[in-house]
Design a protein around this ligand. Structure first.
Ligand code: SF4
Ligand code: ZN
Length: 328
């Protein structure tokens, strides 16, 4: 049987969740339009920006960098920088960092790499040999910490991440399963409870005198691929030659997220559009969630002065535990 695209006479490359089949060129156009529309719809990028792209060298971050680079070429007031974190995961991160560096070299984008070893004294692999902790828990805490700190030091106006619709769907479900609805209130295409660039117009918790200054220590994180599925991002990355190999962190398979991902993929297979439905319904209640939790207290970590929910931040707590374990 001769399968035709719905867009033209070219061979179909991908079947979208709507059932529409698109050829390579029409899919690329569809995908880029979707990302630009998401940026407009959620007001993710202003007229003048010094954007940082959190680059891992994987398909998501390379795709978002590639598309924002196109946006920046059309608008000289938008500057693009790339930041990568080297956690120190043998046999994995070295490969993806090389892909990231090659990509940035070709596009003349400056890539700054910050490592756990330099910043915290140990690689993630070494930390996991010392502490009995879930790899993604400690890794995620240190990565978010470093990305925010370095973005602020580099005076980036926003930090762009490659999170896609599947990632968001997993996060929503994981928070539900862990009864952590406040974490869900921080999700969405713009991360956090406060829109940082309008920080002066926000109401702040009256119990902390310098709340505004603390909120300013957060660099706004944005997710332009928010409405793109994992399948769409993977297809875009490969057909546009952004990467030719697929690498997955060896720790990912053991994570809670990987199990939730499998459940969602199974549901999507049986009930197409499940993921869209979860994210779309979540977007309807998100403003209420943000409103509900906007007065949460944010403090400054007593040890490192980074923003924290407690007197001492999670990163400093882990650094302390690592130091004690090494001494023992
Ligand atoms: Fe870190 Fe887990 Fe991601 Fe691996 S999968 S890079 S351990 S958060
Ligand atoms: Zn701290």
């Amino acid at each position: 049987m001769n399968i035709r695209s719905n867009c033209c006479n070219e061979k179909p490359l991908i079947s979208l969740h709507s059932g529409e089949k698109l050829c390579k060129n029409h899919f690329t156009q569809y995908f880029e339009n979707k990302v630009f529309k998401t940026i407009r719809q959620f007001d993710l990028v202003g007229k003048e920006e010094n954007l940082g792209i959190a680059l891992s060298g994987g398909k998501d971050s390379l795709t978002v960098l590639h598309i924002l680079y196109k946006l920046a070429k059309q608008n000289p007031k938008i500057k693009i920088n790339a930041i990568a974190i080297d956690e120190g995961i043998e046999g994995y991160r070295d490969k993806t960092l090389k892909t990231a560096q090659d990509f940035c070299d070709k596009s003349s984008i400056q890539l700054r790499i910050f490592s756990y070893k330099d910043e915290f004294g140990l690689d993630l692999d070494e930390m996991l040999n010392i502490l009995d902790v879930k790899p993604c828990t400690i890794c995620g805490i240190f990565r978010r910490y470093l990305l925010n700190k370095k973005s602020r030091e580099l005076k980036l106006t926003r930090l762009v991440t490659g999170h896609n619709l599947d990632d968001e769907c997993q996060s929503i479900l994981m928070n539900q399963m862990k009864n952590n609805i406040e974490a869900s209130a921080r999700l969405g295409p713009k991360v956090g409870l406060v829109n940082d660039e309008n920080v002066g117009n926000q109401r702040f918790p009256s119990t902390t005198e310098n709340s505004e200054a603390i909120y300013r220590r957060f660099v706004q994180r944005i997710k332009p691929l928010y409405l793109c599925t994992e399948k769409e991002v993977t297809t875009y990355a490969f057909v546009n030659g952004l990467l030719d190999d697929f690498n997955e962190c060896p720790n990912a398979v053991h994570s809670f997220r990987a199990q939730v991902r499998d459940i969602l993929n199974d549901m999507e297979q049986k009930f197409p559009s499940t993921k869209y439905s979860i994210v779309n319904s979540f977007l309807q209640i998100l403003p209420l969630l943000k409103q509900q939790f906007k007065d949460g207290i944010i403090k400054v970590c007593a040890k490192c002065s980074e923003p924290s929910a407690n007197d001492v931040c999670n990163a400093c707590n882990y650094i302390e535990k690592l130091k004690k374990s090494v001494v023992c």
